[in-house]
Ligand binder design. Sequence first.
Ligand code: NAD
Ligand code: MG
Ligand code: MG
Ligand code: MG
Ligand code: MG
Ligand code: MG
Length: 329
Amino acid sequence: MKIYYDQDADLSYLENQTICILGYGSQGHAHALNLRDSGLKVIVGLRKGGPSYEKAKADGFEPLDPAEACAQADVIMMLVPDQIQPEIYEKAVKPNLSSGKMLMFAHGFNIHFGQIIPPVDVDVTMVAPKGPGHLVRREYEKGAGVPCLIAVEQDATGKAFKRALAYAKGIGGTRAGVLETTFREETETDLFGEQCVLCGGVTALIKAGFETLVEAGYQPEIAYFECCHELKLIVDLIYEGGLSYMRYSISDTAEYGDLTRGPRIVTEDVKKEMKRVLEEIQSGRFAREWILENKANRPVLNALRRREAEHQIEEVGAKLRAMMPWLKK
Ligand code: NAD
Ligand code: MG
Ligand code: MG
Ligand code: MG
Ligand code: MG
Ligand code: MG
């Protein structure tokens, strides 16, 4: 894998260009502030009265109507929520996407699954930080950066990669390292990771462990601490030093139980199901389901959210977290 650093990137590919950041949420605020601090010309496109309008003003931007901002820009970065991007694209971006501009994303879903189809005479690229926006901003202010992925879907100007790499440098990404990927790889692995491991896998594992202890007659509060609360300690160790560092840090008893029992929980059957989930992602079936779910006003998501909120682990957890005021943001 090729990794790009500061010396590989040249900000001059974006000098004398206007960069429009659409959206001022987690990623939007961090990109806008970092690019501006890197000496580039940044404008912010936002709805008047939207939730982050005042925040952008407080940070010294004069937010423009999204269509007006796109008209003025040479580079347009889409940092509104993914399910809203197609609508903003049609209304504000497309009418102002003249030849030679660059349309950018921080996630590949809408391009890869054809929800946004840009004209052939613009560059289409991705710079996706591997961390939330507040970390992208905080690390930049420290003089460091968060690693990013970079991808080119369409190179109309012959400079798409250099322009995107300059953008990555502007937000601090090349200080840490920028890894090359494709829209397809980023989109499919992102969906797989959140469905099978990070979000879907972990929450299902927590609930199954909690339910097993409670059904066996143990107190739900104790089950919550063991199967949910303590997860953070383990994840922090893995985050810092990988699986081996976590195992070094836990007791030998815990490590022996981990190595001998873990594979009995996540079995070959689980992996077979992961492959089926991956196939649904690759074939576009998951994307179609999620797009139609949004068109129908999210009946399944709403029902599942309601059902999950009523699970015993949520009641017990709320009670216990109230005993730990330091957890509150
Ligand atoms: P967010 O929800 O934090 O912010 C969205 C912004 O869009 C807000 O400023 C909101 O006011 C604005 N917005 C919402 N609806 C709008 C509308 N109808 N018109 C105009 N503006 C509107 O979003 P985010 O998490 O920063 O995600 C932005 C992109 O970055 C997505 O493509 C996401 O996949 C990607 N991404 C996010 C993260 C992350 O950690 N949050 C990491 C990598 C990539
Ligand atoms: Mg992801
Ligand atoms: Mg995702
Ligand atoms: Mg324990
Ligand atoms: Mg040990
Ligand atoms: Mg123990």
